[in-house]
Ligand binder design. Structure first.
Ligand code: BGC
Length: 268
């Protein structure tokens, strides 16, 4: 289904993992997509190449070409200036922005008493501060151009569920949850919807360590009622729905895509 024909989407952190899956899916639904990377321009090229392979007409990272469906911009979501530039350049490039997918995110494992200020800030800046200011820049554009728009935040089951050794990560996702509820109320009158997609354990580079540890992986899989890890495509389908008119009356909520992980408490 091509539900996003005529729309332009920005997907942060789309040089790999879930973000790459989302960028490809939104393009498949007809959207023009700005691919964003921080340290992996080759990954962004790969995303653009995959968009082209499914029918996008051009995949140049630099320069302009007619009918192009994908374009990539480097920016660090942990820096507000970069975030603002990213939104501005996206609008300049495709002339408009209709969909913002705040996907970029990081996590750092440590005992609570060992967490450094630097790591705390890195997590909060990318996962929350950057999202806050990306939404702000996007909303300003929508208000200035009198457009409606869609914001989809990639949160986590850990906006609800504790994750020991990842307290800053959980707090950043909890903050995202409250931001979404607030903005749904504040932006609703302008026709702007905002929702969270909360993935569980998805097979992507953020989970490399886990994927290489058979014992941990086995015990995780036992906690997932559907019995497998998720794939980026599982998340991307939900994002496409929330970005489309099918979700016109959905705002301020979190949809989980976790194979049942969140509610799976079983007494042994
Ligand atoms: C984290 C993963 C974790 C998953 C399930 C995600 O938010 O990024 O590291 O495996 O939640 O716990």
């Amino acid at each position: 289904m091509r539900r996003l024909e005529g729309k332009v989407a920005l997907v942060t952190g789309s040089s790999g993992g879930i973000g790459q899956g989302i960028a490809i899916r939104l393009a498949a639904e007809g959207a023009k997509v700005v691919v964003n990377y921080r340290s992996n321009p080759q990954g962004a090229e790969e995303t653009l190449a995959k968009i082209q392979a499914q029918g996008g007409e051009c995949h140049k990272a630099e320069g302009y070409c007619d009918n192009e469906q994908g374009y990539s911009i480097g920016a660090d979501l942990g820096m507000v200036e970069d975030v603002q530039r990213l939104v501005k350049e996206s609008i300049e490039h495709f002339g408009q922005l209709d969909i913002l997918v705040n996907n970029a995110g990081i996590e750092k494992h440590a005992d609570f008493w060992e967490v450094t200020e630097k790591d705390f800030e890195a997590v909060m800046n990318v996962n929350f501060k950057g999202v806050f200011f990306a939404c702000q820049a996007f909303v300003k554009h929508l208000l200035e151009t009198k457009r409606v728009g869609r914001i989809v935040n990639i949160s986590s089951v850990h906006e609800e569920l504790p994750f020991p050794h990842f307290t800053a990560y959980c707090a950043s996702k909890g903050a995202m949850k409250m931001m979404t509820r607030n903005l749904a109320v504040e932006l609703g009158p302008y026709g702007i919807t905002i929702n969270n997609v909360a993935p569980g354990a998805i097979e992507t580079p953020i989970n490399t360590k886990l994927l290489n540890d058979p014992t941990k992986l086995k015990s995780l899989l036992q906690n997932i009622p559907l019995g497998r890890l998720g794939q980026p495509e599982d998340v991307a389908g939900l994002v496409a729905f929330l970005s489309s008119n099918d979700a016109a009356y959905v705002t301020g909520t979190t949809l989980f895509v976790d194979g049942g992980l969140l509610w799976n408490y079983q007494e042994q």
